[in-house]
Design a protein around this ligand. Structure first.
Ligand SMILES: [Zn+2]
Length: 363
């Protein structure tokens, strides 16, 4: 048994050309091409060499094809900074995470999607953020943990592996399930903004239909800004012509970056252009361009995966067992799931699989 699509997936995930894989595996490029094009399957020994060179278990290449995440279905920020090879590798990481999700969905009743779509330009990003806040019952209060909030509303969130961190984050909808893939290297505040930005794509650019609006990235940023810092909530804080000190104090209310709040105030015409430029300069001097000095906000992580792995651990399943089931090595599994997979201790005899327990998620 051999699945050609999975050979292509693994090779692109590892950013290898046919020639590079040929050299690493000691197999001719012509043969690899024939395997990928469904012309012939590799012999068992050849498949072992390919698996070793690509750092996947042999079973990876024998499982059903993974759900493909297509280039046109994803909106990347600053795509010019990213090579096609890097982008394809990240999309393949998304495909593999989606196979992990399928495995979990077979075992647990996970929250159903509750993410409406608002069509641009009928609804502006600001209006979409207000309507979604109302739909989710958030009012004007600061947004809670964004990862938990999305998970409770049926979005599946996974972390991008360390070799994909030139990408901020991306999202897509696959067979009706919305996915967000997150870069976990950024500050907690910027991580929250990334989740809100991807949420903007999910509600404004549903199924990432092309053509997008005139500038999908700006629309997603405007949505994120309005979702995290609702207009009425900001106005109630009396931030007109706010000083840098006042901005630094106020940002803690919404758990946003100082720069994001400053920009929001400028766009709401609460800061003049002069004050905005002054504040930006001052914040940059204080180190707020790339970080949030002295921040007490902790990096958000998955609640859903944590609960799922707790349940699996209590049945005696280890990370190695789960990794074997989803056909990746244990350390790769850990990279997709915010490092939350159960500890590697053999917990003794496992029993029968669970009867699809429902998960209760609180946002
Ligand atoms: Zn984007």
């Amino acid at each position: 048994m051999f699945t050609p699509e999975r050979l292509v997936l693994a090779r692109k995930r590892r950013r290898m050309t046919l020639a590079a894989l040929a050299q690493a595996a000691g197999v001719s490029a012509q043969s690899i091409n024939a395997f990928e094009k469904h012309r012939k399957p590799p012999a068992a020994e050849t498949l072992s060499s390919l698996a070793r060179a690509l750092d996947y278990p042999v079973s990876f290449f024998q499982a059903a094809p993974a759900p493909a995440i297509l280039r046109g279905a994803v909106s990347f920020r600053a795509p010019s900074k990213m090579s096609a090879v890097e982008r394809d590798s990240a999309l393949c990481a998304g495909s593999i995470a989606a196979t992990i999700n399928s495995w979990l969905e077979d075992r647990f009743d996970l929250p159903r999607p509750n993410v409406p779509s608002y069509t641009y330009p009928d609804v502006t990003p600001e209006q979409a953020a207000e309507q979604l806040r109302a739909h989710w019952g958030l009012g004007e209060a600061p947004a809670p943990n964004m990862v938990h909030l999305l998970e409770a509303n049926g979005v599946r969130l996974f972390s991008l592996p360390p070799d994909c961190l030139e990408i901020d984050a991306f999202s897509t909808t696959k067979k009706g399930t919305p996915y967000v893939f997150l870069n976990t290297r950024k500050t907690a505040e910027r991580g929250r903004f990334d989740v809100a930005h991807e949420l903007g794509h999910l509600v404004l650019h549903n199924d990432h239909r092309e053509p997008y609006g005139p500038d999908p990235e700006a629309e997603a940023n405007a949505f994120a800004s309005a979702f995290l810092m609702p207009k009425a909530g900001i106005l109630a804080q009396q931030l007109h012509n706010a000083s840098t000190e006042r901005i630094l104090q106020a940002k803690r209310r919404w758990d946003v970056s100082a720069m994001a709040l400053t920009y929001r105030l400028f766009r709401m015409q609460l800061l003049s252009e002069w004050r905005f430029n002054q504040a930006n300069k001052h914040l940059a001097q204080l180190g707020y361009r790339t970080g949030e000095p002295g921040s007490k906000v902790s990096r958000e992580s998955s609640q859903l995966l944590s609960k799922v792995f707790d349940a699996l651990r209590s049945e005696g399943l280890t990370t190695a067992d789960i990794a074997a089931e989803v056909h990746v090595h244990p350390d790769e599994l850990t990279h997709y799931v915010f490092g939350l997979a159960p500890a590697q201790v053999k917990g003794g005899g496992h029993t029968t699989p669970p009867a699809r327990p429902g998960l209760h998620l609180v946002s």
